[in-house]
Design a protein around this ligand. Structure first.
Ligand code: SF4
Length: 215
């Protein structure tokens, strides 16, 4: 455990120095070096995350953490202290001509995949939660969210298996998760996540720690 922690700290230190992709806006954004059985994988940082120096730091992140607080009983600080936060690419891609965030190129996704590969190698997570179509598509074919959200998939990667429970992107730009059937499928996915044994374990540790502090 101690060895993995040290390796993960070195990994994060190297990651934030990465400058492989000429079109993205550095610096890379990384979560803390949290050794966890659970990994959340976002798409790419937004414009504010590099300044705030943490993933899921703005409006979409607030929505995501609200889902976890509502269904899993873990607030944002508890999530950041117990779950490893990764992304398909770790740098803000910049803006597209229409004003939305640019979709990362295949070359950028390939460049950045080595960071995620190393994280899988180090952490061997039991539960992976990809957030949004681009993140989901790194693991399974992702055409329609309706066919995927609310389901659990078992994925084999480099000789080990983990559960994958996809979530929609929490961005306000997409209404999918706010209207039927997205709203119900999101609730189903979050219930699956909350009842997964890794999340039950994390919640139990969090509640024990809180009770100790309050006593
Ligand atoms: S997107 Fe990934 S590979 Fe590209 S510069 Fe940023 S951290 Fe490095």
């Amino acid at each position: 455990m101690r060895r993995v922690q040290t390796q993960l700290e070195s990994h994060v230190a190297a990651l934030v120095q990465c400058r492989r992709c000429p079109r993205v806006v550095p610096p890379p954004v990384s979560g803390r070096a949290i050794v966890s059985d659970v990994m959340i994988i976002g798409q790419a940082p937004g414009v504010r995350e590099p300044t705030l120096k943490r993933p899921f730091a703005h409006t979409a992140g607030r929505t995501l953490f609200r889902w976890f607080e509502q269904w899993c009983g873990l607030d944002e600080p508890a999530m950041r202290e117990r779950i490893y936060l990764a992304a398909v690419i770790r740098c803000f891609p910049g803006k597209a001509p229409g004003g939305s965030d640019r979709v990362p190129s295949t070359a950028e996704i390939d460049n950045c995949s080595s960071w995620m590969n190393d994280e899988f190698e180090l952490l061997r997570p039991r539960l992976v939660i990809p957030v949004g179509k681009l993140a989901i598509a790194q693991f399974i074919v992702c055409d329609k969210l309706d066919a995927l959200i609310g389901r659990k998939f078992v994925i084999n990667r480099d000789g080990f298996a983990f559960d994958l429970i996809p979530l929609p992107h929490p961005s306000g730009a997409s209404p999918w998760h706010k209207i039927s059937p997205g709203r119900e499928l999101l609730a189903k996915a979050m219930r699956r996540i909350a009842s997964h044994r890794t999340m039950r374990q994390i919640r139990s540790e969090f509640e024990n720690e809180k009770a100790r502090k309050e006593s």
